[in-house]
Every structure is written in structure tokens, then in C-alpha cells.
Design a protein around this ligand. Structure first.
Ligand code: IFM
Length: 480
């Protein structure tokens, strides 16, 4: 297969003229859910207020060199103090839903014990504010801000953290379950485990692959235990899910070595999570691949039954895809001296975002149709999709971000194409509502539909926000 030709968009990086972008939502049904998303540490600030204690990100940001320019989330977008205005901004975009995360150390400082009423009160007000404006709250319980005390006790590689997460989930359900129907346990467990415990580029900054694999299992176990507790404690039936970040892994050619490289990448990136969650078992080929790297999944009796607690929906975060080769650039050898097979991302020379990520809308269509085929009967929601670009603002803070509009339009079309091919995709959340703290990149990368001037905290709708608002409006008009 010539993957390069296959994944190149028909109009690669076409500038988004109004005419080109208006039809993006065509083909999506009238009840399609439109939203915007954020996460707690990336926007809230107020890290030491109302009883919040440090998370692993507060600690990691203090490590010299960990975050660009030594930035941190101490103030971020100051959302904690500007929440009503931000909700008004969301309502002004006309979206159906707002996906946000709860800061664990704000509502259960230290990660154990009783709820902190002052911390919970913030989310209580946020939920009320959203409902008053007709916006559906969509909660993510864990978007990476693990209480530092739990990391000190071993973090996600330690089994107890899964139990602590289930306790915390129930505390939040007790406080907000009377008004919130949509619950996501974890955001992107691959990032928590691999970036945090293997690559060390995210908090807590550890670099031990076998521990990262233990973290994967305990994150999934935490999800399963929390799912059981959430369902048991919910006063009304809920819609429960988990969000995974995934791309499509393409082999560079039909050669067996390349197909194996793509299979291995997909195994570690996607099936290691999907198969236990949905089929109740870890994939045999991934277990063998892990063994070659000295890693084992610490499964105990009953774990897989808990992990495969039925899901009402699967959240998909999509940004890009990769093409894999099973050989180094010079062609030899296919196996490292350790016996581990070789796997290389093949550069595609495609248009990229400011993150350097290839723009491959076709990958989203392929991913969604594959999920629909391999994991049938599970409603899918795009819980994040969006792009950082090097925005330039005029004197009024206005940004003419045609590149971002084109990215969003192309990916929304890719969702419609997946639906046409049979995938049960029911909603789309743009990442992100506003520019925010982009983890190890600090404030250097801007993903927002809304520009944030970090000196004044002024918010200004970018052109992409206006385009998204109009797209949502047109799509809603079909509802009559
Ligand atoms: O900003 C992040 C988000 O927190 C998780 N998904 C990817 C986004 C862009 O990197």
C-alpha cells in the first residue's frame, strides 16, 4: 500500500474560505451533539485556594527544564475566578455541551478522606451556571492532576491508586449526580502512563517502561472500579464512558515488517486499552511485545471483570496519525540487539500544526470506521479534536486563523464520512474552548477557539470560534 498517497487530504491544508467550510457539518444528524472542551489544570489557576493541595503537575512544573519557559498553571486562564463569564462565552457559541474536568486535589485534597466542601462548591456553581444557560455539563473525573500525596505513595504504578480513584469518583457523584448525566472517568490514560511514567515528559516525570505498564493496568482498574461506584451511587441512570487518545497506525508498505510495526504501534497505543475495556482481555500479541521489553501487566483475579464494566460511550481524542516502518532508514537490521523488533515513524511531508503533528483528517475517518467494526455497538463521541497554530493577533486581539478553521472543517467532514460508512459517532467537542496551559509546552502553543491575552486575561473570539458557532447554528437549524 502506498500510505503516503492514501492519507494525503484531497485538498491538503486548503485555506478555509467561508464557502469551503460551510458544508462541514452536512450529513451529520439533527441530534448530533456539539461541544467545546477544557481541563482543570490547563485553565483554572487558583492552585492554592479553598483548600486545594498540589497535584503532580504543580510539582512537575517546578522541575527545572520540565516545562517551556518554566511556566506553570498557578494562574493559567484564571477560570476559577472568571467562571460565570467563561460559561457565558460557551453559551454564546451555541454549543450543546461543555466538557470539563474536576481537579481531584481541589475536591479531595491529598487524594484520601472526606470531600472538601469549598472545592466542590466551585464545580457545583459551574454545573448550575451551565444548566441555567442550557449547556449540558460533561464531566471528566481525571485529566492528569493526581494529588501529589498519591504519587508519593507510588502513583499509578501502585494498585492502591485505583482504589483511591474509585473513592474520589463517588465523592463527586454524591455532590453533582443530581444534575450531571454525562460522566467520563479518565482522559487519555495512554498519556498518563506513557508520557508520565515511561517518557518522563509529563508529570510525574518518571522513565521506567515496566512501571508505565503497571500504570496502564491500574488506570484501567481505577476506571472500572470507579464506573461500578458511579453507577451504584448515581441517583438517575447516567451515560458513562472513558476517553482514549488514538490515531490510525498505517503500515508504510505491504511488507510484513511494516505491517508488524503498525500492528505493534496500534497494540500499544489503542488495543492495550480498548480490548480489556470492551472485550475483557488484554491482547495476546501486545502481552508478547511487552514481554520483549521486560514489562508485565499485573492482573489480579476480578480485575478484567471490573475493567470491562459496560460502557455507554467511548470518547475519542484525535489529533493525528502515523505511518510505521519495521526497518531503520538504512533498511537493516529489523531487530534490535535486545530482540525487540524495530519500529519507526515514517515522516510524511504533510502539512503540520504548530505541534509538528501531521494533519491527516482521513485518519479520523479510518479510526472511527475501524472502531465501529472491531468494537460494535458502542456509541462514539469525539471528545477532543483541534489544533495549535502560531496565531497572530491584531491590536484588538482578533485572530484570522484560517488554518485552524480549515483543520476543524476537514475533521468534522471526516466524522461525517465515518458516519456515512456506518460508524455510530454522536458528537464532537472542539479542543479547546480557549488558549490554555499546554502541559510541557507551557503557554507557547495555542489550541483555543478563543484567544486569551495572558497579561490581561481578556478573551477574544478567533475567526475559528465564529466559524464553529455558525456551523453549530446551521446544524441546529435542521432540528427545527
Ligand atoms: O491539551 C491537550 C489535552 O489536555 C489532552 N489532549 C491533547 C491536548 C493537546 O495536546
Amino acid at each position: 500500500m502506498d500510505a503516503t498517497t492514501d492519507i494525503r487530504p484531497a485538498e491538503a491544508n486548503a485555506a478555509a474560505t467561508a464557502a469551503a467550510a460551510t458544508d462541514a457539518a452536512a450529513g451529520l444528524p439533527a441530534d448530533f451533539l456539539w461541544g467545546v472542551a477544557t481541563s482543570s489544570y490547563q485553565i483554572e489557576g487558583a492552585v492554592a485556594e479553598d483548600g486545594r493541595t498540589p497535584s503532580i503537575w504543580d510539582t512537575f512544573c517546578r522541575v527545572p527544564g520540565a516545562v517551556v519557559d518554566g511556566e506553570n498553571g498557578d494562574t493559567a486562564c484564571d477560570h476559577y475566578h472568571r467562571m460565570p463569564d467563561d460559561v457565558a462565552l460557551i453559551a454564546g457559541l451555541g454549543v450543546d455541551s461543555y466538557r470539563f474536568s474536576i481537579a481531584w486535589p481541589r475536591v479531595q485534597p491529598g487524594g484520601r478522606g472526606p470531600a472538601n466542601a469549598a472545592g466542590l462548591a466551585f464545580y457545583d456553581r459551574l454545573v448550575d451556571e451551565l444548566l441555567a444557560k442550557g449547556v449540558l455539563p460533561w464531566i471528566t473525573l481525571y485529566h492528569w492532576d493526581l494529588p501529589q500525596e498519591l504519587e508519593d505513595a507510588g502513583g499509578w504504578p501502585t494498585r492502591d491508586t485505583a482504589h483511591r480513584f474509585a473513592d474520589y469518583a463517588e465523592l463527586v457523584m454524591d455532590a453533582l449526580g443530581d444534575r450531571v448525566r454525562h460522566w467520563t472517568t479518565l482522559n487519555e490514560p495512554w498519556c498518563s502512563a506513557m508520557l508520565g511514567y515511561d517518557q518522563g515528559v509529563h508529570a510525574p516525570g518518571r522513565t521506567h517502561f515496566p512501571d508505565a505498564i503497571k500504570a496502564v493496568h491500574h488506570l484501567l482498574l481505577g476506571h472500572g472500579l470507579a464506573a461500578q461506584r458511579l453507577r451504584a451511587a448515581a441517583p438517575e441512570p447516567i451515560q458513562l464512558g472513558i476517553t482514549l487518545n488514538m490515531g490510525n497506525a498505517y503500515p508504510a508498505s505491504d511488507r510484513q515488517a511494516d505491517r508488524d510495526a503498525a500492528r505493534r504501534a496500534d497494540g500499544l497505543g489503542a488495543r492495550l486499552y480498548l480490548d480489556p475495556l470492551i472485550h475483557g482481555r488484554y491482547p495476546a500479541d501486545v502481552i508478547s511485545d511487552l514481554a520483549l521489553r521486560g514489562a508485565e501487566i499485573p492482573v489480579q483475579d476480578g480485575d478484567l471483570a471490573a475493567i470491562s464494566e459496560p460502557l455507554d460511550m467511548l470518547g475519542v481524542n484525535y489529533y493525528s496519525s502515523h505511518v510505521f516502518s519495521g526497518t531503520p532508514e538504512d533498511g537493516e537490521p529489523e531487530t534490535r540487539p535486545s530482540g525487540e523488533p524495530y519500529s519507526r515513524i515514517v515522516p510524511q511531508n504533510l502539512p503540520v500544526t504548530a505541534m509538528g503533528w501531521d494533519i491527516i483528517p482521513r485518519g479520523l475517518t479510518d479510526l472511527l470506521t475501524r472502531l465501529g467494526r472491531d468494537y460494535p455497538g458502542l456509541p462514539l463521541y469525539i471528545t477532543e479534536n483541534g489544533a495549535a497554530f502560531d496565531d497572530t493577533a491584531d491590536a484588538d486581539g482578533r485572530v484570522q486563523d484560517d488554518d485552524r478553521t480549515a483543520y476543524l472543517a476537514d475533521h468534522i467532514r471526516a466524522v461525517a464520512a465515518a458516519r456515512a460508512a456506518g460508524a455510530d459517532v454522536r458528537g464532537y467537542f472542539a479542543w479547546s474552548l480557549m488558549d490554555n496551559f499546554e502541559w510541557a509546552y507551557g503557554y507557547d502553543k495555542r489550541f483555543g477557539l478563543v484567544r486569551v491575552d495572558y497579561d490581561t486575561q481578556r478573551r477574544t473570539l478567533k475567526q475559528s470560534a465564529e466559524w464553529y458557532r455558525d456551523t453549530v447554528r446551521r446544524s441546529r437549524e435542521q432540528r427545527g
